[in-house]
Design a protein around this ligand. Sequence first.
Ligand code: ADP
Ligand code: MG
Length: 691
Amino acid sequence: MYYILSMTIFKNKDDLFKSISFIKGVGPKLSKYLKNKRIEKINDLLWHFPYSSTDRSNMTTLDKLESGKIQTVKVKVLKYNFPRIRNLPNRVICEDQFGKIDIVFFNSREGYVKAILPINKWVVISGKINFYRNRYQITNPSYITSLDKIDYVKKNIPKYSLTEGLNEKSYRKIIEKVINNLPHLDEWHDSEVLKKFGFRSWNESLLKIHNFENADKVNNIYIRRLALDEILSNLIVLSKNRKKFKKIKKKNKIFTSSLSKIILKNLSFKLTQNQEEIINEINKDLRSDKKMFRILQGDVGSGKTIVSFMTAANVIEVGCQTALMAPTAILAKQHYMLAKKIFDRTNIKIKLLTGKTETKFRKKILEELINGEIDLLVGTHALFQKKIKFKNLGYIIVDEQHKFGVKQRMSFAEKGGKNCDVLLMSATPIPRTMMLTVYGDMDVSRLTEKPKNRLPILTYSKPEKKIDELINIIKKNLSQGNQVFWVCPLIKDSQVLDYSSVNKRFDWLKKKFPKETNILHGELKQNKKDIILENFLKKKTKILVSTTVIEVGVDFPDANLIIIENANKFGLAQLHQLRGRVGRGHKQGKCILLFKDNLSNNSVQRIKILKRSSDGFFIAEEDMKMRGFGDIIGYQQSGEKFFKIADPVSHSDLFDYAENYIKKIENENLDRFDFLIKLHDKAEIIYSKND
Ligand code: ADP
Ligand code: MG
């Protein structure tokens, strides 16, 4: 191993992508702590901005100490006081010409204390001042240095959010090495862009932010510059991918829709006009000689599944196979059952493959896939294991795609080869303004019309102190043959967060409804979760206390009441998703939101929106205005954060600008942005297959 940063400067800008363990002084232990903060490469350090700063610049004499303040003093070491009793701290008495102060060390070795504070030596010490038993003291001071290093301490020092095992001093050693030695990068922006926004270079911007200059304003030019960088890197990658997809030629699928016409006759309802339009749109893609890569966005309950089956029928008609993938086994099974019903009067062969499929059935399925007997395979991500080979896969459909994250989206595009069309479906409406940012690589269909007979879900709010009233409401619902979801934000009670937990609520409800109540949350094993949901579906249990894991598109026809505790904790879009779990059958769906007593204006506003509207696209738009973008896509659940710096609400002008700009430069050579794309970790989502 060699240490790149033992030198004064990066040898090479690509060193930024090396592991942090290449920084001198970062050993395995520190690496582990940094990893907890998702810092693994040197580059990751750059995007971890300070949130505040500590002013250690004012030197104080010992007659002007103020308890509770962080102060910096210049003192002479006078005397040691090392108690012989365990657990008592070591003390060092120091003085200047105006007074005395105790420097106190817990869990310290004498040798160490003597080495950093030699008797009679003048030192600079910085830390929080306490007043204890009539004496001023500093306990475990943040800094002790010799006088010649006074400038290192006597200043405004940026404050980073640090985890256990990392203190300011050790983090500073690392971050300062990196920030003060940033490699020079060639400017990727045109000079007009820099001028228009008043931006400075990449180096200067990062340096200013890490020195916490102007950092109180999200909208200072330094942050804005890095935000525009990030937005552009995202748009460029999506645009590159889009161009690549558009070049992929495939064998066009020519069909007469004879099969899908049979399905249509089997349906108990009439398609909405919007569903018909989208089916036509997809059919056009299937018929064309370009590979389809399309996302179908539609609110919960808007009827996306049937759209996918109608178009799958056409693919099957021309002799190709279709794979339909869902994020959970229970949803896969539901799709499978529905497909069996819908394709009933055809001779289409349908199979289900999930992680639970027994080996002997699995073996048979693998055979039937490779020899082309199976036309439609429904399943979980088990569908895309390497061993699973199709004879002639022509169509991949991925339901609830947002559960799978951005990178996996690319992998779906690659699966099946060039002749395979791809349709992703998502029930998370993205505000129109963010469409290009999120789905700029795909063609987008929006299903906005709801089936006509659908009753909007009635939404009520209730203060938590009236929670007992819900018992009667539940009783009444159960007596009518209905089922109930009860959602809480936490699994276990927390000492830090004042939210309700499923464990506690389950105990409470079980006393009142001992046979009917069950519990579900994300920490349970998948097969356990599946059993619980099956039992609920079969109506063996009637009340399900759950975290948000019930969000995903399963149909429970008799569930018509959902109660959501601490409704404030959830975003509007998420509340809308959750209430979409009920009222999917013929019954009127109801949603009760529980709130703490004193509602802020903001909360009142939020409830109003939910009560007034059942339009997921509108709600997403409003949600973004109120809470920002992070929660909307739901990627956070898959552990990915869409933007590190850019914020679609406060940087909306930059988003607008970037979208127009990308359209203008799309067809130029964009190599100058290559390094930027790497800086923002987007290089790995560039579509690289050339088939
Ligand atoms: P989502 O878009 O959330 O996946 P689904 O496809 O599960 O919605 O459809 C929800 C329910 O609506 C299903 O029971 C489905 O049979 C029904 N449905 C779909 N289209 C229509 C329609 N045009 N008219 C009436 N009911 C419909
Ligand atoms: Mg669905």
